[in-house]
Ligand binder design. Structure first.
Ligand code: DGY
Length: 320
């Protein structure tokens, strides 16, 4: 039996599968594990099943010991893991692609609707019991029909978001390393653009690229200044892709019309400037937060960890 360390609470199905085959040490509290406790807990682990809130770096790999074979993130994004440090030590890294595509695209579409139709702002008026009355010009938003949705990073989640937006009558444009396969692009009637062209021409710009040093502050002062003043920015990917202070400044200066954020640069902290702005819709990293999706994520992470411990090829390797 191998020692498997699970660094946070995960759905029962995935945990049970790990327990059925191995000696599992799981962090059972609702509160996130402290760094000190984490470093102690991973000592002697053969496999780690990690959450995106835990930093898996050289220090942690050393604390685990040379027997460590794998780190299986219960997330599709794995920017919390120092992949080169894992590779150096021969530790395999896996993630959970596919199963959270639809849930995350739902949240991206929800943020598009919430920000363009001022739903957070409207709800706050009702909850605050502020006086209000139907009015011809009261709380007008932007209609989506015929507007351009610009997708940065047209992978699975970007495509799923584009499908939803198309059903709302939006025109789809995107940028990514290479154009989509012809049939997918044709199905979505999606136009491939350069990043600059996309930024300048989109009515809603939605971020779906992974976070890495190359995408750090991909959207900063310069890009925000080139967006249409009537445009909205949506981020369901990772917070540090956007320079949050530059975003606050741009919103305050009226350089863009609004923003919908599911992720934050210094999560769980939120830039106080955003909290003051009615045209900022802010939700707490809910992209994959459905019962079904989280169960599937835990199940896939378990499949990956169990495969590696059994000497097989894991289905979702991000290391080679
Ligand atoms: C992921 O899996 O990367 C998501 O952000 C989790 O919600």
């Amino acid at each position: 039996m191998a020692k498997v360390v699970v660094t946070g609470k995960i759905p029962a199905g995935g945990l049970a599968r790990l327990k059925a085959e191995h000696d599992v040490l799981a962090w059972e509290s609702d509160e996130a594990i402290s760094r000190t406790e984490l470093l102690q807990m991973v000592s002697g682990a053969d496999a780690i099943v990690s959450l995106l809130t835990e930093k898996i770096d050289g220090e942690l790999l050393t604390a685990s010991g040379p027997q460590l074979k794998s780190v299986s993130n219960v997330a599709v994004g794995y920017n919390n893991i120092d992949v080169p440090a894992c590779e150096e030590r021969g530790v395999l890294v896996t993630n959970t692609p596919g199963v959270l595509t639809e849930a995350t695209a739902d949240i991206a579409m929800a943020l598009i609707l919430m920000s363009t139709r001022r739903l957070g702002e409207g709800e706050r008026v009702i909850r605050a019991q502020d006086p209000w009355q139907w009015g011809m010009f009261y709380m007008l938003g932007m209609g989506l029909q015929g507007r351009q949705l610009g997708i940065v990073g047209m992978g699975q989640i970007g495509i799923a978001t584009a499908r939803r937006a198309k059903a709302f009558g939006m025109n789809i444009a995107y940028t990514r390393r290479s154009p989509l396969e012809v049939d997918v692009a044709k199905d979505l009637d999606a136009k491939f653009m350069s990043m600059d062209e996309l930024i300048e021409s989109s009515d809603v710009l939605s971020l779906h690229c992974p976070y890495s040093p190359a995408t750090h502050h991909l959207i900063s002062e310069n890009q925000l200044a080139r967006m249409k003043p009537t445009a909205y920015l949506i981020n369901t990917a990772r917070g540090p892709i956007v320079d949050e202070q530059a975003l606050v400044d741009a919103l305050k200066a009226g350089q863009i019309a609004g923003v919908g954020l599911d992720v934050f640069e210094h999560e769980p902290k939120v830039n106080p400037g955003l909290l003051e702005l009615d045209n900022a819709v802010l939700i707490p990293h809910l992209g994959s937060a459905t019962v079904e999706t989280r169960a599937a994520m835990a199940d896939i992470a378990a499949t990956n960890a169990l495969a590696i411990l059994a000497g097989k090829t894991a289905p979702n390797l991000v290391t080679s």
